[in-house]
Write a protein that binds this ligand. Structure first.
Ligand code: CCH
Length: 286
């Protein structure tokens, strides 16, 4: 147990749980970052639905979306922390875990504010299909990310998270990691995108992705069709080039845009208190 509001105690425990020698590349970090992103990336600005508030992924309607396959691993990693610090909401814990994981893996400091509730408003449950499909191209990326209010520059900066982790054939159907050191946050993803030649490959399961075999690497590296769409579109490509050259600029922009992502759908007063959650009206609690 910790005292309610002791987020530093939670941060410490998140940092300590990242080391998972038996899991993937030895770290829970990448899948925690993906959990934070998918919890928030359902937001729709026009209807003000979706977003990290509410932690709807605990329920089948959202958690069972095929786009969220595999994220139960992230939730299971965090469950002992939720028990220990039972005053924190899932919505805060998931977003904080992503922010702490990025920093612990060598990335920038992400500014994070608490206050999300686990209250789910049925009328605001996001429909499935709001998360991006890796098999698509630039138009799809714009359709998904403009809906949340992101610009082309922000789309590219956010995509840089693919410097972390890997695809799992039994989760998304895609397979492999984007970079050689997938638990170290860097701009390598952008550098490899530009400097290597990527060949189309159809996996045994029929899924199409792009691959490059690097002599220094133990395994073939990969890119999704959506990743390489960033190179095919002039406006996106500009930012890929900027971030490939300038790691500090990437870190700075990534930190800003990740904070924006985990704040989608949340309005705060000048003290930072969330003003648009209404626990009294309809819906249900966990
Ligand atoms: Fe992603 N991502 N992502 N992604 N993603 C996958 C894995 C990770 C897309 C598709 C996939 C973002 C944007 C996109 C992470 C962070 C972010 C996988 C493999 C697919 C497919 C899943 C599996 O098989 O386990 C597509 C399409 C987009 C479009 O833009 C954004 C934005 C972020 C965060 C800011 C991370 C981290 C992973 C690795 C997860 C792991 O388990 O290792």
């Amino acid at each position: 147990m910790s005292s309610p509001g002791d987020y530093d105690a939670v941060r410490k425990d998140i940092a300590a749980l990242l080391h998972q020698p038996e899991y993937d590349d030895g770290s829970a970090g990448p899948v925690l970052v993906r959990l934070a992103w998918h919890s928030a990336g359902t937001y729709d600005a026009e209807t003000d639905t979706g977003g990290s508030n509410g932690a709807g992924m605990r329920y089948e309607a959202e958690g069972g979306d095929p786009a969220n396959a595999g994220l139960q691993h992230a939730r299971v990693f965090l469950e002992p922390l939720k028990e220990k610090h039972n005053w924190i909401t899932y919505a805060d814990l998931w977003t904080l875990a992503g922010a702490v994981a990025i920093k612990e893996m060598g990335g920038p400091e992400i500014s994070w504010l608490p206050g999300r509730t686990d209250y789910v408003d049925d009328s605001k449950l996001p429909p499935r299909g709001r998360l991006p499909d890796g098999a698509q191209g630039a138009d799809h990326l714009r359709w998904i990310f403009y809906r949340m209010g992101f610009s082309d520059q922000e789309i590219v900066a956010l995509s840089g998270a693919h410097n972390l982790g890997r695809c799992h054939a039994d989760r998304s159907g895609f397979d492999g990691a984007w970079v050689n050191a997938p638990t170290r946050f860097s701009n390598t993803y952008f550098r490899l995108m530009i400097s290597r030649s990527w060949k189309e490959k159809t996996l045994d399961n029929g899924v199409r992705q792009f691959v490059h075999y690097d002599e220094d690497a133990e395994e073939e590296l990969m890119m999704l069709p959506t990743d390489l769409a960033l190179m095919a579109d002039p406006s996106f490509k500009h930012w890929v080039q900027v971030y490939a050259k300038d790691k500090d600029k990437f870190f700075e922009d990534f930190a800003k845009v990740f904070t924006k992502l985990i704040e989608l759908g949340i309005t705060r007063d000048e003290k930072g208190q969330i003003t648009n959650t209404d626990n009294e009206k309809g819906g249900y609690h966990s």
